[in-house]
Design a protein around this ligand. Structure first.
Ligand code: ATP
Ligand code: MG
Ligand code: MG
Length: 412
């Protein structure tokens, strides 16, 4: 056993970082966070290695790296130039005797993965070339040529189609549904300053997601990919609102196929950690890859309770520290539902939902409330609720009904 406890540096300290710190506490992992002073992750993890600042600031990233043995992320929108530089050259550290030296710091997932997935168009082009099924896409010109380029997309795909910002999008904030020619001028106005692409509209039965753990050796050769059970994700207004395990009314063969697509996506990326793979399931039963996030993900939150010995957060730490992983990830429950708590019109709009969840105790079911220590704002993810059960997903959904209704009430 190594006498030294490695320090994990985390770029970003939102709710994902907070849950990473929570899962790291029982295994005595030291996690140093780069983010604002009172960010959600630092609220639950007092640590002398933390750095105050922005994960977009190269100097701060170097400062964090100097405190750590391995760097990881809770968000993919990170400046990768500095990560590449640290990976190649290490970082300068000040020694106790006043001298300086260069320290190697591992970066997981690899900056190559982060750089690729940051651009959703390039991410899908790369994976398409590797044989992954994707929705047809087309580059959209910017500036004066944007309108003509979008007219070409309308002709190619028919209406509706999806205009997407290539970079920096999350919770659907970089998506614009083009339903007819009348939308094109508004699209130029709202998206003209982004670099964009067009995507064929996918008429999906439902959306699926699979978290995958990936490990590799110190030479960058892949060792293992281990998928979690597939989940069904429900999006409302482009934001994930609920997650069901197992997916409702989806045959086992399709679930297996989704795990297969997800593992092949992750095999084609680089670095250690957990990776979320989002997919569409069409009426014909085809699986189409949507996007990959190389980090813990909203679709994996229920793993905290459903796979308690290896939640997605513990898996992130286990993978990047190259510690032993299980062969398969068997849930300890038969079904789970995760409900996002999104901020409503008023700062306390979500409180009836939280109070209801706290009051619910069922037979062979459990309800877990997670609040993130964030100020409530409309549509902001401020917490989630996980329900687990030993019966079918439809029984659990019935039990969850009062919470699903209270969630809808926040949106009204
Ligand atoms: P995330 O928060 O997951 O990173 P994002 O902003 O990157 O989201 P996408 O995953 O591209 O956005 O899209 C968000 C949602 O919008 C999808 O989960 C899906 O419900 C819908 N959507 C995206 N692309 C399409 C498409 N081509 N056809 C139909 N619906 C789509
Ligand atoms: Mg995304
Ligand atoms: Mg998405």
């Amino acid at each position: 056993m190594s006498p030294k406890r490695p320090v994990v540096g985390l770029l970003g300290g939102g709710q994902l970082g907070r849950m990473l710190c929570e899962s790291g506490a029982p295994i005595d992992a030291q996690i140093a966070v780069l983010d604002a002073e009172n960010c959600p992750a630092k609220q639950v993890n007092n640590n002398r290695h933390h750095v105050t600042g922005s994960f977009k600031d190269a100097a701060k990233i170097r400062e964090l790296a100097a405190n750590c043995d391995v760097l990881t992320v809770e968000i993919e929108h990170i400046e990768t130039e500095v990560l590449e530089e640290i990976d190649a050259n290490g970082v300068q550290v000040c020694n106790a005797d006043g001298t300086t030296s260069i320290k190697k710091v591992a970066i997981h997932p690899s900056w190559k993965t982060l750089r690729l997935v940051q651009n959703k168009y390039e991410q899908k082009e790369y994976l398409r070339r590797q044989g992954i099924p994707i929705a047809e896409q087309m580059a959209i010109e910017s500036g004066d040529a944007m309108l003509a380029s979008m007219e070409e997309a309308s002709e190619k795909f028919g209406f509706p189609w999806m205009l997407k910002a290539r970079k920096d999008s999350y919770d659907g904030r970089g998506n614009f549904k083009v339903s007819g020619s009348a939308d094109l001028h508004r699209a130029v106005k709202e998206f003209g300053h982004f670099s964009c692409y067009a995507e064929k509209w996918v008429t999906s039965e439902l959306e699926l997601a699979v978290m995958v753990i990936r490990t590799e050796d110190d030479g960058g050769r892949m060792k293992r990919v281990v998928p979690y059970p597939v989940v069904e994700t429900v999006h409302e207004d482009n934001i994930c609102s609920k997650v069901f395990m197992p997916p409702r009314n989806v045959p086992e063969t399709v679930c297996k196929q989704a795990q297969k697509v997800a593992t092949s996506v992750v095999e084609k990326l680089w670095g250690r950690g957990v990776f979320a793979v989002e997919m569409f399931l069409t009426a014909e039963g085809d699986i189409i890859f949507n996007e990959c996030a190389p980090r813990p993900h909203n679709s994996g939150h229920a793993s905290i309770e459903s796979v308690p010995y290896m939640s997605q957060f513990k898996a992130q730490l286990t993978a990047i520290l190259d510690e032993p992983l299980p062969e398969v990830l068997e849930p300890h429950v038969a079904s789970s539902i995760m409900i996002n708590i999104l901020g409503g019109a008023n700062p306390d709009s979500h409180l009836p939902l939280v109070e209801k969840a706290k009051s619910m105790y069922g037979n062979r079911t459990a309800v877990y409330v997670h609040l993130y220590g964030k100020e409530s704002k409309p549509s902001r993810k401020i917490g989630h609720i996980t329900l687990t059960g030993f019966g079918s997903i439809s029984e659990l959904e019935e039990f969850a009904q009062p919470l699903l209704e209270a969630t809808d009430a926040i949106r009204q």
